[in-house]
Write a protein that binds this ligand. Structure first.
Ligand SMILES: Nc1ncnc2c1ncn2[C@@H]1O[C@H](COP(=O)(O)OP(=O)(O)OP(=O)(O)O)[C@@H](O)[C@H]1O
Ligand SMILES: [Mg+2]
Length: 322
């Protein structure tokens, strides 16, 4: 059997199990913010989308799953909370509701990430499942997850379990490359979630390790499977079609920076067959680092910042209100 199925992250069917842990009829909408690279604005986006939603009257819980590098609380203007996700996983508290810490914004609570050296990549499968099934215990309209950097299997599983998976990137080659790597990892993780793929294990492995080129794209891979086994190939394609990640370009300075989002959308369709939904951009602006220095939430501290309009447009896109 192929090596990918012996992954230390646990079962190859993890996302199917996760689907079962999160009742589709649940009332809470889950948005997860990820992306391959560090320092691209994931915590900024999580914090300020949470603020936008709470200002619109929704109840929101913002959860820091960047377990090793938790700092979402600072973006929301509060000191490190006494209780963190570790206390729930280590059974110091019995309910995830015990972790809810109020913020200066009405309707908005934060659950802080671990302050010890527990990283999301090292999270045991039982702990991941415990967090996921606890999300439905939260009496809230929205749950926003700050996933931190990287493409660990756990990060990908949280990203795929969410109703909206949001990728944040900078308009720089290194960051864009990391975003494609993140999308490629999501793509392969998704393929591995179907039992029928066991027979395709080695082929998926080859696809994962291959360098993407004009003549060798993940989308071609599915076309080849369709040729050889139409029923299986079409199932694969339908699973991939369900992936509809959102993209935010952060720290834009020029029109060319804004346009990168449209190019990435086209490339994702061509190479992965994935519909990447470009939901908006955020200007590069001094108010961002000034608010971080003051440890205050950006949108509250600088209500005239250009970022207010940026976030407003993005949140309306994500809510499907135009
Ligand atoms: N639009 C922006 N304009 C100016 N500075 C920005 C902007 N976005 C982010 N920054 C700067 O980049 C820093 C990193 O942002 P943030 O902490 O949100 O990134 P991150 O992706 O969560 O990082 P990590 O991977 O370390 O968790 C901010 O503290 C801020 O100084
Ligand atoms: Mg962060």
């Amino acid at each position: 059997m192929s090596g990918i199925f012996n992954s230390s992250s646990g079962s190859q069917f993890a996302t199917e199990e996760i689907g079962g842990l999160l009742n589709p009829a649940r009332k809470q909408k889950i948005w997860a913010v990820g992306g391959g690279k560090g320092g691209v604005g994931k915590s900024l986006v999580t914090a300020n989308l949470s603020i936008c939603l709470s200002l619109m009257g929704y109840k929101v819980v913002s959860i820091d799953l960047d377990l090793g590098g938790a700092n979402l609380h600072t973006c929301l203007g509060i000191p490190i909370p006494d209780l963190t996700m570790s206390d729930y996983l280590n059974k110091k508290v019995t309910s995830i509701n015990d972790l809810l810490t109020p913020t200066p914004i009405n309707n908005l609570f934060v659950i802080s990430g671990a302050q010890d050296d527990m990283g999301i990549a090292n999270l045991k499968q039982t702990h991941k499942n415990k967090i996921l099934s606890a999300l439905t215990d939260l009496d809230t309209d929205f749950i926003l997850l700050d996933l931190g950097a990287g493409t660990s299997a756990n990060t990908l599983d949280f990203f795929m379990a969410a109703d909206q998976g949001i990728i944040t990137t900078l308009p720089e080659p290194t960051s864009i490359e990391n975003s494609y790597r993140f999308i490629k990892s999501v793509y392969h993780r998704k393929l591995r979630t179907m039992e029928e793929f066991l027979e395709l294990g080695p082929t998926i492995d080859q696809g994962l390790n291959a360098k993407i080129s004009q003549n060798h794209t993940p989308a071609d891979f599915i076309s080849k499977v369709i040729q050889n086994n139409p029923s299986l190939g079409n199932k694969l394609r339908s699973e991939i079609n369900k992936l509809n990640p959102k993209l935010i370009i952060n720290q834009i300075r020029t029109q060319a920076d804004i346009d990168i989002g449209f190019s990435m959308k086209i490339i994702c369709k061509k190479y992965f067959g994935i519909n990447l939904d470009y939901v908006g951009y955020l200007d590069y602006d001094a108010t961002v680092w000034q608010s971080v220095k003051r440890r205050k939430p950006l949108l509250m501290e600088f209500p005239n910042s250009v970022l207010v309009n940026n976030f407003d447009r993005i949140v309306h896109r994500l809510l499907n209100i135009n």
